[in-house]
Design a protein around this ligand. Structure first.
Ligand code: FAD
Length: 391
């Protein structure tokens, strides 16, 4: 990894086996070569770069950690470092894969029967089928475990879904959307795989976002959508099962945040070495060095926490509060870091061509999705005090 010491200051990548480090290097080369030169154009237009999907598929990184049919089963640590690598160049691509490979594939890997896993996961791992994950609703975000109002009614050998979803990444072009709905009979939240072009499911793409503009988020309208029983995730019996998916994907978001911060730091470091004022590179000024070192410190601390939590995940010991702590820490430090990176670029920090401005904007979405800072803080608070602030 040629530029590893550049921001992998404490050599976390050396924890990986050789073949995983080689994979990380391939991801890095792809992102630098294929994504970075074109991504600002897509960001400006608010369009997803479908032409890059084949190249991402060839990297073999979808569902990297899952030990399920067709999935690489290479473990949570390399999965996390790959997520960081994607977001280091572009948080939108990182989010696209977080939704597809994390949320959608994770729902099927963790809550699907062996037959369902076999039916969908191999094609999803090859990105021949793209997935989305529909949990949030227009009126309910943070309180979704209590307030989820999309309904599922059993009708013979099928289910009938009705309701609204909001913010659903990839939904408008996905081949399948995992929709979470409340069973009208027992009141429990269950998961349903709704395939593309199913009658009654329509989308409105959410335009004019100021963050993650490349990611296509959509509102989903479900009107008497009939889904066969074999598309109900057989091991999703209540919101507790949904939470198992979110625990893992929250770690993914912590890694994305570390990647977003790392990308901004790297651009800032490069810029300060090249930019001269008062006849010297601005990197030579003490106050600039102070900010650069604080950025590196944030990136390194977030990475260290995430590495340890991913090791716990590999050992089967990751708890909700571990993932929440990593998400809170990495996102708060990300927001601070991208702000400092913008600062050392001066006016150029708000020009897309210098990339840092895109990281500043994208950080705002990463900060809030998969549980806001407040919600993840309260999950940790509940664990350490034994008192729930949610009631
Ligand atoms: P609200 O729940 O309305 O919260 C507003 C504010 O109130 C926040 O600051 C929150 O922390 C605070 N608050 C709420 N409750 C409490 C409390 N008890 N104590 C203290 N403060 C509280 N969802 C999906 O299902 N699938 C996706 O693919 C997806 N992708 C997304 C992509 C983007 C770009 C974004 C922005 C969101 C996405 N989401 C997705 C939804 C995301 O998970 C929600 O936005 C998030 O959970 C927060 O919900 P909310 O936006 O409704 O905020």
């Amino acid at each position: 990894l040629t530029d590893s010491p550049f921001s992998d200051f404490l050599g976390f990548e050396l924890l990986l086996e050789d073949d995983d480090r080689e994979l990380l290097g391939r991801v890095r080369a792809f992102m630098n070569r294929e994504v970075e030169p074109v991504i600002n154009e897509h960001w400006t237009r608010g369009e997803f770069p479908h032409e890059l999907v084949r190249g991402i598929a060839d990297l073999g990184i979808a569902g990297l950690a899952y030990d399920a049919p067709g999935c690489p089963a290479r473990g949570a640590l390399v999965d996390g470092l790959v997520a960081m690598e994607l977001s280091r160049v572009d948080p939108s691509i990182g989010t696209f894969m977080g939704v597809h490979g994390g949320l959608a594939m994770g729902s099927i890997a963790l809550c699907g029967s062996p037959e369902q896993q076999q039916r969908w996961l191999p094609a999803m791992a090859r990105l021949e089928l793209i997935g989305a994950f529909g949990l949030t609703e227009p009126e309910t975000g943070s309180a979704i475990s209590q307030g989820l109002s999309t309904t599922a009614r059993r009708d013979g050998d099928a289910w009938v879904l009705n309701g609204e979803k909001k913010w659903i990444g990839n939904a408008s072009f996905a081949d399948l959307v995992v929709v979470w709905a409340r069973d009208e009979d027992d009141g429990q939240v269950k998961g349903f795989v709704v395939e593309k072009d199913t009658e009654g499911m329509t989308f409105d793409v959410q335009r004019d976002k100021i963050a993650l503009r490349v990611v296509q988020n959509a509102e989903i309208h479900l009107r008497d959508v009939r889904v066969p029983e074999e598309n109900r995730l057989q091991e999703a019996h209540s919101f507790h099962d949904t939470s198992q998916v979110l625990r893992v994907t929250r770690m993914g978001v912590a890694w994305q945040a570390a990647g977003c911060a790392r990308g901004a730091y790297e651009h800032a470091l490069r810029y300060t070495k090249a930019r001269e004022q008062f006849g010297r590179p601005i990197a030579s000024f003490q106050m600039v060095q102070d900010l650069l070192v604080k950025m590196l410190s944030n990136v390194t601390a977030s990475t260290a926490m995430n590495v340890r939590a991913s090791q716990l995940q590999v050992a089967g010991l990751l708890r909700d509060e571990h993932a929440s702590l990593c998400k809170v820490h990495s996102t708060v430090r990300m927001r601070e870091t991208v702000g400092w990176a913008r600062e050392v670029l001066g006016g150029n920090g708000i020009l897309l061509e210098h990339h840092v401005g895109r990281f500043v904007a994208d950080a705002e979405a990463i900060y809030s999705y998969e549980g806001t800072r407040e919600i993840n803080t309260l999950i940790v608070g509940r664990a350490i005090t034994g008192e729930s602030a949610f009631v």
